[in-house]
Design a protein around this ligand. Structure first.
Ligand SMILES: CC(C)(COP(=O)(O)OP(=O)(O)OC[C@H]1O[C@@H](n2cnc3c(N)ncnc32)[C@H](O)[C@@H]1OP(=O)(O)O)[C@@H](O)C(=O)NCCC(=O)NCCS
Length: 241
């Protein structure tokens, strides 16, 4: 799929039939680090400063400030005024008072790339991973994937094994982030058929709602998965520089 990532104008609208996917290159944004840090509130600054490694501090700061910039395009308020509350499992959500259009979102970052999914009304989860050699892919699959998926992965050559591992991992995590549980929600319970069309075949705690599963390559060597409550949606792609 050849994606054209558009640059946003000052104000954006979204309706329930649209899914907006955003990407940022955190490395490029780091030249303006101080400005990004200034967009965080006190609680977020404390969280940023708690990271042991500077690169994690930077990544959190840049991804969080970009998220606020992105959401401000839809909510027409300044990024500093975007405030979140958190579910029991840590999923951030915009506080109701400023979220008059029921904007839903989710974020993922890996190395230099951050991906954001934005919808109106529908739950969304995203996961991006930097694709690297995973010599332990088979063991991780045994531990965290379903029996069927483990057997499927076992039989593959090492290159295919790696690819398949990340495909399953990101898809599962995207769904578990959509429902807000995170990986504690049980990676093995989320089953994906990787035969085309790739789709979810088993979803825990979905309340009889189907979820669409979309994969994309936001940058060389990165894989992103998007899980969104099923509806007749069209996908739109944006880039924040
Ligand atoms: C959410 C989770 C899957 C993220 O994994 P990861 O691969 O390290 O990180 P990603 O880059 O993909 O996603 C991070 C983002 O997901 C979001 N997030 C955090 N918890 C989330 C949850 N439960 N569901 C959905 N999204 C969540 C945040 O926006 C976070 O970004 P941040 O840098 O602004 O904090 C993982 O941390 C997890 O399972 N958390 C749940 C932990 C839990 O149960 N906590 C209970 C006590 S709070």
């Amino acid at each position: 799929m050849n994606i054209i990532w558009k640059s946003p104008s000052k104000h954006l609208t979204i309706n329930p039939q649209e899914v907006h996917i955003w990407k940022t290159n955190l490395e490029q944004l780091s030249i303006d680090f101080q400005n990004s840090f200034n967009l965080l509130n006190e609680e977020e600054k404390i969280k940023a400063q708690r990271f042991h490694f500077e690169k994690h501090q930077k990544r959190f700061t840049l991804a969080r400030s970009s998220l606020k910039k992105i959401l401000s395009f839809y909510l027409s308020i300044s990024p500093q005024d975007i405030k979140f509350q958190y579910s029991d499992y840590g999923k951030p959500k915009i506080i109701d008072k400023i979220n008059l259009i029921n904007l839903q979102f989710n974020v993922s970052h890996s190395e230099d790339i951050a991906i954001y999914g934005v919808t109106c009304d529908y739950f969304i989860g995203v996961d991006v991973e930097y694709i690297r050699p995973m010599p332990e892919a088979e063991n991780l699959a045994k531990r965290f994937f379903s029996q069927k998926e483990y057997q499927q992965i076992r039989g593959l050559s090492s290159e295919e094994k790696n690819r398949e591992f990340f495909k399953l991992w990101t898809g599962k995590e995207a769904y578990l982030k959509a429902i807000g549980k995170g990986i504690g929600g049980g990676l093995e319970k989320v089953e994906i058929s990787t035969h085309k069309p790739i789709k979810f075949i088993n979803l825990p705690e979905c309340n009889n709602i189907n979820y669409n599963l979309l994969y994309l390559t936001p940058h060389d060597n990165y894989l992103a998965a998007i899980a969104v409550e099923e509806n007749e949606q069209t996908y739109h792609y944006w880039q924040l520089n």
